[in-house]
Unconditional design. Sequence first.
Length: 172
Amino acid sequence: MKRIRSIWLASFLFTGLVMIVVSGCTSEQDQIDNYRDRIGPAYEDAREAQDEFENSLLQTVNLNTAESSAVDSVEIVGARASKFQTSAGILVSILGSEKPPDRCTIYNSILVDLMEAYSSSVDLVIEELDLLSGGVAGSLEDREFEATRLGEEINLLVTVLPGAEIDCFVLE
């Protein structure tokens, strides 16, 4: 009888150990899926708002109509810039609210930096639009230097983001 209990206890412990190991493997995939589900919609919203902003900006820059239309267009660009900054802020907040899965830490960091750089770039555009509306902005040299710096930072981040995304989401 003791031997049967020993065998039963050993098999129970072994089964429990196997279940813990298996659940640990599943847990990583679940963590990554949950992470993707949390950031995915906010990321899509930010990208959509960014596209709308950039399209409005191009239309304003290419505008060859009366000044009143240009002012209206500037207001639309400003509204879309605000929408982008709100969407980017929400995404950054979500990215910073919880610790990402270990394999997604670099991706998380790059995405935060990218959204903050885009948001700073939008701030510069808003300053330029303010000038079109008769406002006053900082020196041209400072804005050009900052725009160049942000452009380089954004290009670098956009270059490394796909690799970090693969490292985060693709399990081998």
